[in-house]
Write a protein that binds this ligand. Structure first.
Ligand SMILES: NC(=O)c1ccc[n+]([C@@H]2O[C@H](COP(=O)([O-])OP(=O)(O)OC[C@H]3O[C@@H](n4cnc5c(N)ncnc54)[C@H](OP(=O)(O)O)[C@@H]3O)[C@@H](O)[C@H]2O)c1
Length: 320
């Protein structure tokens, strides 16, 4: 496992982290907490030191699983990055189907309160990284979310401030870095070998301001492992029924076929490993946080950290 300092001001992190949306146990089909914890242990055994989560993942469940595992083995150098802004506290068990009444709440007082709830669930004194959880632009044009992050830093409740940029809004929200780079330490971005919009404006700005980029959805929800076909269908309890809908699969699978030459060139590695290595090869990207449900997936994904950098410029930019 290789390590990098996350931007100019962030902590040192492994170049492959662990995204814990799926093991929260909602919106990703059935999961098993025992297996999820084994997956977390496997990640830590392999040298992963960055775990990404959010308060809303499983309505707090993802944070609690992380706390359990870190209690079992000690937190050590592990950095836990969580998020706030998706207010689920009034939602019922059924409510998150299709992102029901979970509502975006970036009011200053709410964000401060939500961070305190994460501190309790994660069983820590201070959050390593708190990220604004993919707000709409209109929320970010208000001062409140930024003030909340500033206050939380001053109060010593967060060490680093992050901003998870909404999917497909990479260019639209890039200007915010000009305004708030003084407060931010890192950003989280949807980026993978098929979706490279962030290369245009966002990454140059992140580099200009020394912000650490954390790459999310690096496997395009599992598609880049090569295991899905145009015929794959997901259950009602799996967000991929929308995010990898039959129409999207049709397009993505065609696009992926154009990468066959690349995959053949690195044929000692799996498609997942090559796709992850791609993400951390861009000079703006410090770490990628693939989600995983099993120790086997974690084992496979962690190998990518040690691959030689992939020459990004030689890979054709596809349609996204
Ligand atoms: N707005 C935001 O801030 C936001 C949004 C999305 C994600 N995130 C963060 O980014 C993390 C990563 O994104 P993601 O989890 O959505 O997508 P991803 O990393 O692209 O895909 C993860 C999924 O792919 C499958 N997979 C992973 N490794 C595999 C392997 N080696 N072989 C076969 N299948 C494998 C697993 O699901 P199956 O086994 O079920 O196929 C896994 O849950 C999230 O966990 C979360 O922490 C943040």
């Amino acid at each position: 496992m290789k390590y990098r300092q996350l931007g100019d001001r962030g902590p040192k992190v492994s170049t492959i982290g662990f995204g814990t949306w799926a093991i929260g146990g909602r919106d990703w089909g059935r999961t098993n907490d025992k297996v999820s914890k084994r997956a977390l242990h496997e990640a830590l055994d392999k040298g992963v030191t960055l775990i990404d989560t959010a308060d809303v993942y499983g309505f707090g469940h993802s944070e609690k699983l992380i706390a359990d595992v870190l209690k079992e083995r000690g937190k050590g150098e592990v950095i836990v990055a969580t998020k706030a802004g998706n207010d689920f506290y009034d939602a019922t068990e059924e409510d998150d189907k299709g992102y029901g009444p979970i509502r975006q709440n970036y009011d200053k007082d709410y964000l401060i309160w939500a961070a305190e709830q994460s501190i309790k669930r994660l069983n820590v004194d201070v959050l390593d990284i708190l990220q604004l959880h993919s707000p709409d632009l209109e929320k970010l044009e208000r001062d409140e979310p930024w003030e909340a992050m500033e206050i939380l830093k001053k109060q010593g409740k967060i060490r680093y401030a992050g901003f998870s940029i909404q999917s497909f809004k990479e260019t639209e929200q890039a200007f915010l870095l000009d305004e708030h780079h003084g407060l931010l330490d890192c950003i989280q971005v949807r980026y993978n070998i098929l979706e490279r919009e962030a290369e245009k404006e966002l990454f140059p700005k992140a580099q200009k301001y020394g912000l650490g980029v954390i790459v999310r959805i690096p496997l395009l929800f599992g598609l880049l492992t090569g295991k899905f076909t145009k015929e794959t269908r997901f259950g009602d309890d799996d967000h991929r029924r929308m995010n990898l809908s039959p129409e999207r699969l049709e397009k993505y699978v065609d696009e992926m076929e154009k990468l066959d030459t690349l995959f053949k060139e690195y044929s000692t590695y799996t498609k997942a490993q090559i796709s992850l290595a791609f993400c951390i090869s861009h000079s703006a990207c410090y770490t990628a946080i693939p989600g995983a449900k099993t120790p086997q997936q974690v084992f496979e994904n962690c190998v990518s950290s040690d691959l030689a950098p992939i020459p990004i410029d030689k890979i054709p930019s596809l349609s996204y």
